[in-house]
Design a protein around this ligand. Structure first.
Ligand SMILES: [Zn+2]
Length: 134
């Protein structure tokens, strides 16, 4: 499959997201990430958009990444991504192209839905704060 060879190494993005912009929690379930096992997920499935840029990448725990697979999430997560991208742009404008603003992101999400991505995966959100054992 040619699509496999076209995928970029995402580890550079994992580093950027982890070091500067995220709360070190899974974008989907909210659980704290395990440093040794952090996945970079394409929010809009790569199979649809073939885009490896930061606006579309989030840090995820392995469980959510594997469960989500090639699916979309509910609208709420589009809002969260838009907010997350705003934060990135405010800190380091060069990391996300100015063309990927709210309107375009919502349109891409909508196009994906119109193009067969009907199966919406809803993450199980963490409802209570984890007790930290010191
Ligand atoms: Zn998760």
């Amino acid at each position: 499959m040619d699509t496999i060879t076209l995928r970029n190494d995402l580890s550079v993005y994992r580093k950027i997201l982890f070091n500067e912009f995220e709360e070190h929690t899974c974008f989907y379930c909210g659980k704290e990430l395990d440093h040794g096992d952090i996945h970079v997920d394409h929010f809009i499935p790569w199979s649809f958009i073939k885009d490896d840029n930061l606006w579309n990448l989030v840090l995820s725990c392995p469980k959510c990444n594997l469960k989500k697979s090639d699916r979309l999430t509910p609208d709420l997560f589009v809002d969260n991504l838009i907010e997350r991208n705003h934060m990135i742009i405010e800190k380091s404008a060069e990391l996300i192209s100015p063309s990927y603003q709210e309107k375009k992101l919502r349109l891409i999400y909508y196009w994906a839905k119109c193009n067969g991505y009907h199966d919406i995966w809803t993450p199980e959100r963490k409802v209570h704060t984890l007790e930290k054992v010191q």
